[in-house]
Design a protein around this ligand. Structure first.
Ligand code: ZN
Length: 225
């Protein structure tokens, strides 16, 4: 199977970052295949929103169902009995929203889907600019994963991480420039508490969890409101 240089798989969570990446990919590639990974994360609302956005973008999305709950110890995204850490992460102290090994697994699944769809590209929304502490968002890891997945498939596979060095404010501006700002605000979901009943200029959320605070701060920096 040859991989088509005009096809791309997008790791798609329905959050602000991967929604922006989806629209970035739609500008760059002829065919775009969003891969939504349901891993028994805290809130199924993310998956519901991801499906809405992928359908809105008229992309043929796929949902992979995994259960990472068996590795839930100490992790607030897969263990609903834990409170989400509210401090901003650093390399010295990683918040309990870190799911160990998740991005390596996700990139492997993206590679499998790239093979199936004949896609020579994978697009993912990791950022290391202002969300310190997650080791699997670092450039060194991503370069190594790109090489490993390519070697595993024996194909030239390119991993694109357009947000890697962008702050949240810059990601907001990128969404505006891509013409997807309305979709990001209305449909993308970041809130760790799964709140979609409270609306803000930057979208829906509790406005108190680290994901909401990060999203709101970036929006304010980008647009001055
Ligand atoms: Zn929240």
């Amino acid at each position: 199977m040859e991989l088509n240089p005009n096809h791309a798989v997008v790791l798609f969570s329905g959050g602000q970052d991967s929604t922006t990446c989806l629209f970035w990919a739609l500008e760059k590639f002829e065919k775009v295949y969003p891969l939504i990974i349901s891993y028994k994360q805290r809130h199924s609302i993310e998956i519901a929103q991801a499906k809405i956005i992928a359908a809105f973008a008229a992309t043929p999305f796929k949902v992979a169902n995994l259960d990472l709950g068996i590795f839930a110890a100490g992790n607030a995204l897969t263990d609903t009995g834990l409170e989400v850490d509210t401090f901003a992460g650093s390399e010295a102290q990683i918040p309990n929203t870190f799911v160990p090994g998740r991005n390596l697994l996700f990139l492997t699944l993206a590679g499998m889907y790239a093979w199936q769809t004949g896609s020579a590209h994978i697009v993912a929304g990791m950022s290391q600019a202002d969300y310190a502490g997650y080791p699997d968002c670092r450039e060194a890891f991503l370069q190594s994963a790109e090489r490993s997945v390519g070697l595993a498939l024996d194909r030239n596979l390119t991993l694109h991480t357009p947000l890697l060095h962008r702050t949240k404010a810059e990601t907001w501006l990128m969404a505006r420039d891509l013409g997807c700002l309305d979709v990001v605000i209305r449909d993308s979901h970041s809130c760790y508490n799964g709140v979609r009943t409270r609306q803000h200029p930057w979208g829906f959320g509790c406005s108190e969890c680290p994901a909401c605070l990060h999203r709101a701060k970036g929006y304010a920096e980008a647009f001055g409101v």
